[in-house]
Write a protein that binds this ligand. Structure first.
Ligand code: CTP
Ligand code: MG
Length: 230
C-alpha cells in the first residue's frame, strides 16, 4: 500500500483561460488538462494514493473515467468535490486521506506537464528532510518594488527570490496540523505551512511545470505535448 498521496486540485473554473468548461476539463493533446496531470502523478516510481478534487457536478464522471487508468497503475483513487477557494479544495482533499499515508504532495491540475521526476524528487526530499519541500525556479526578470503611484521604490535582490511551483510536498502530520489551524487564506500550501511555524525548503523545479493560466499557456502546452509524442 502506498504511503505517498498526491492531491490534485482541479476544482477551479479557469476564468482567465476563458473556456466554458472548467480549466482541468479543457482538451489537451489526446486527453484533458486533468488527464495529463494525472499521468504525471501516476508516472512516479511507486504508485501514489491519488485524490482528485473537482467541481461538484464532475465528481461521478471523473471517478468513472479515471478508475481504469489508476487501477492499471496499481494506485488508489478518491474523487471529491472542491470548494470556493484553492485552499478549501486542498482541505477537502486532505479530509479523505486514509490513515496509512505519511507524505502528501499537493499539485495543481493546471501544471499539467510537470514531469513525474519532479514528483519523485519532491517526495524523496520530504522523506529525507522531514520538512516541507517545494519545487522552485530562479527568477529571470529584474524585479522592482513600486509604490501605489507607480513610482519605483527599489530593485529587489533577485538572487534571493524563487518562483515556486507544485507539487509541494509535506509530512502528512505537518500539513494536517497546518490546515487544521489556518485562520487565513494563503496563496500556496508552503505559505500556509510556514504560517504554522513549520519549515519548508526549495528544490529545483522544472520549466515544464508552468501553470496553464491564459490561452497562450494552453497553446504552449499543446506544443509540448505534440513534441513529446513525436
Ligand atoms: N483550484 C481549485 N479550487 C478552487 C480554485 C482553484 O481546485 N476553488 C485549483 C485549480 O483547478 C487549479 C489550481 O487550483 O488547478 C490553481 O488555480 P488557478 O490556476 O488559479 O485555476 P483557476 O482558479 O481555475 O483559474 P482562474 O483563477 O483563472 O479562474
Ligand atoms: Mg484561481
Amino acid at each position: 500500500t502506498p504511503t505517498i498521496a498526491v492531491v490534485i486540485v482541479a476544482a477551479g473554473s479557469g476564468t482567465r483561460l476563458g473556456y466554458d468548461e472548467p480549466k482541468a476539463f479543457v482538451p489537451l493533446g489526446d486527453g484533458t488538462v486533468l488527464s495529463t496531470a494525472v499521468a504525471g502523478a501516476l508516472g512516479m516510481a511507486s504508485a501514489p494514493h491519488l485524490v482528485l478534487v473537482v467541481p461538484d457536478d464532475r465528481v461521478d464522471t471523473t471517478r468513472s473515467s479515471f478508475e481504469p487508468v489508476v487501477a492499471a497503475a496499481s494506485a488508489a483513487l478518491d474523487v471529491v468535490s472542491g470548494g470556493d477557494t484553492r485552499q478549501q479544495s486542498v482541505s477537502r482533499g486532505l479530509a479523505v486521506l486514509p490513515p496509512g499515508i505519511d507524505t502528501v504532495l499537493v499539485h495543481d491540475a493546471a501544471r499539467a506537464l510537470t514531469p513525474s521526476l519532479v514528483f519523485d524528487e519532491v517526495a524523496a526530499a520530504v522523506h529525507a528532510r522531514n520538512r516541507g519541500v517545494v519545487p522552485a525556479l530562479d527568477v529571470v526578470d529584474t524585479i522592482k518594488r513600486v509604490g501605489v503611484d507607480g513610482s519605483v521604490v527599489e530593485t529587489v535582490d533577485r538572487s534571493q527570490l524563487r518562483a515556486v511551483q507544485t507539487p509541494q510536498g509535506f509530512p502528512r502530520r505537518a500539513l494536517d496540523h497546518a490546515y487544521a489551524t489556518a485562520r487565513a487564506e494563503f496563496t500556496d500550501d508552503a505559505a500556509l505551512v510556514q504560517s504554522a511555524g513549520l519549515a519548508v525548503d526549495v528544490v529545483p523545479g522544472d520549466v515544464r511545470a508552468f501553470k496553464i493560466t491564459v490561452p497562450a499557456d494552453l497553446r504552449r502546452a499543446e506544443q509540448l505535448v505534440a513534441e513529446r509524442t513525436r
